[in-house]
Ligand binder design. Sequence first.
Ligand SMILES: Cc1ncc(COP(=O)(O)O)c(C=O)c1O
Length: 385
Amino acid sequence: MNPDPLLAWRKEFSILAKTTYLISHSLGAMPRRTADALQEFASVWSSRGIRAWEEGWWEMPVTAGNLIGAIIGAGPGDVVMHQNVSICQSIVTSCFDWNGPRNKLVTDGLNFSSNDYIYYGLERQGARICRVSSPDGATLPLELMLDSIDEQTQLVSVSHVAFRSSFVQDLAAITNRAHEMGALVIADLYQSAGVLPVNVRDLGLDFGTGGSVKWLCGGPGAGYLYVRPDLRPRLRPAVTGWMAHCRPFEFEPGPIDYASDAFRFLNGTPGIPALYAARSGYEIVNQIGVDAIRAKSLRQTQRLIELADEAGFPVHSCRDPQMRGGVVVVDVPNAKEVARELARREVLVDFRPNAGIRIAPHFYTADDELDRVMSEIRSIARLSQ
Ligand SMILES: Cc1ncc(COP(=O)(O)O)c(C=O)c1O
């Protein structure tokens, strides 16, 4: 068999030397160069002081966003950085009037919990939330989503890859339908960007959100927001702040006069250290290319499914590669305890109630680590019988 060229990246991730790291859907491994980037932040702050703002910090929500833009197919200047998805979703939903006749928000039943909490909070402003339930808790037939979108729909929220089951939704079909009905689409790309090809411009997506903690290996504190650039003039986020003003340093009182570029979607002082930390992961993903990551991920997730089948463990992820994200969910008895014992044995995976053990190979995973996780699970399951 051909050697796997992506294994050359293993030395960039020190944790891999002693840990079988199969949890990149939750917290991607830290690149070595991230320590240098954080040191750089400290040096810039200590040596340049306040001048650091005009020497790069002020623009950083956009310059760091450009690295994400290259991963998700956005144009330069079209992605801004925030702390997390929850704030990005709050900014987007605050752009709409939920009191008029077009007050319906359609959300898929596999969406991340935070997003739902934000949507239901809009009910007090008049929004009608239509949550499209998943019949099995893992998948969502496309027709159910399409049928829920109508002329009263203002916004459709879709999780591109469901966090619990790694089920892939058809963003193109949902976006087309929403646009036909005059609605806009916000996609949560957290579980897809960096492991599945995504192109927001080809899809015609209106908004995209995600973060750095998982497949992008960027660590906590850096979430991103893409807004279709031609929509900007008609969007007036109520969740805002002085950085979104077109003359921020005038500190004008009264209502905001929005910036016309993507700064319009910023608010207060950005989390600069997190942006320093996040960039190395984005650079590595860009350097490898998501197509190569996806090809490897499909091969390794397929192998995990075969190993689970051999062991007789039910698999809760889609077997159809088109519908499968980067995670394989394996239902094993006492999954919580098994995950804990695996961690004790230096094999990191996680567990979600009503799903099972989530196993996520990434570009740095070696094939023998797949065999290792499954044989450890088998041995733990046997011991606990
Ligand atoms: C699909 C998805 N969206 C959002 C989040 C997290 O959101 P936040 O960045 O607000 O913590 C997660 C994390 O588990 C997720 O899987």
